[in-house]
Design a protein around this ligand. Structure first.
Ligand SMILES: [Zn+2]
Length: 218
């Protein structure tokens, strides 16, 4: 169905197709099962607007109307759109960082278990792995990536404030992503390709960490 010119999704056909393909890939790999996960692209910067997957849609078979355009307040930019994900504000917080064009959230079994195992330390360090070079700006395996872990909650505005403070408060390098305990991963990139690469790299490294710690990889 062609998107009407007046639709908030007008002109976003290629971005929607890219997110549909991403969703099918992540669903097939077990990272976005049971309508979990959500993905967003920055479609306007000033003021910030995101193209975001609508709430509760099957990521393996996203339709062209399974998306919503939201503003920096997390609210749809116009009436008549599908409901946005409850986690919209977490996309906004990540997208507000300089140079971020895409934000991806996944619910893999590996991230779910590792975020629980390492919750007492409020993070997990990934260090010395060749695959760390898949993260933007990392050019040596001699790198230690700290992935913060936040407690899960249904109070998303509170969690978004906590995440925002952590992302903006570090004097050192910003993290490339973070975990929510027993829930999943948030990561991002300058564009969708980079954000997808970060999901792949993190998933690989999370599985390495689980195996190294003697846990059985799911
Ligand atoms: Zn989630």
């Amino acid at each position: 169905v062609p998107t009407a010119a007046s639709s908030p999704l007008a002109g976003l056909g290629s971005q929607i197709a890219a997110l549909q393909e991403c969703g099918h890939d992540f669903w097939r790999r077990g990272w976005s099962l049971g309508t979990s996960s959500n993905y967003s692209l920055v479609v306007a910067r000033d003021p910030l607007e995101l193209l975001l997957t609508a709430s509760g849609r099957d990521k393996g078979r996203l339709g062209s109307d399974d998306f919503v355009r939201v503003g920096a307040d997390g609210v749809p930019t116009s009436a008549g759109q599908p409901r946005a994900s409850a986690e919209t504000l977490l996309h906004v917080v990540a997208a507000r960082q300089p140079g971020v064009g895409a934000v991806l959230h996944t619910h893999s079994a590996t991230a779910t278990v590792l975020s629980d195992l390492c919750s007492a330390a409020a993070g997990v360090e990934l260090a010395g792995y060749e695959m760390l070079k898949g993260l933007a700006g990392v050019d040596s395996h001699q790198h230690a990536e700290w992935v913060p872990i936040f407690e899960n909650t249904q109070d998303i505005p509170a969690l978004a404030a906590e995440v925002g403070a952590a992302l903006n408060g570090t004097a050192t390098a910003r993290p490339h992503g973070y975990l929510i305990r027993r829930h999943g991963l948030y990561t991002w990139g300058r564009d969708l390709a980079e954000a997808r690469r970060h999901v792949e790299v993190f998933e690989f490294l999370f599985e390495c960490e689980l195996r190294r710690r003697g846990a059985t990889a799911p």
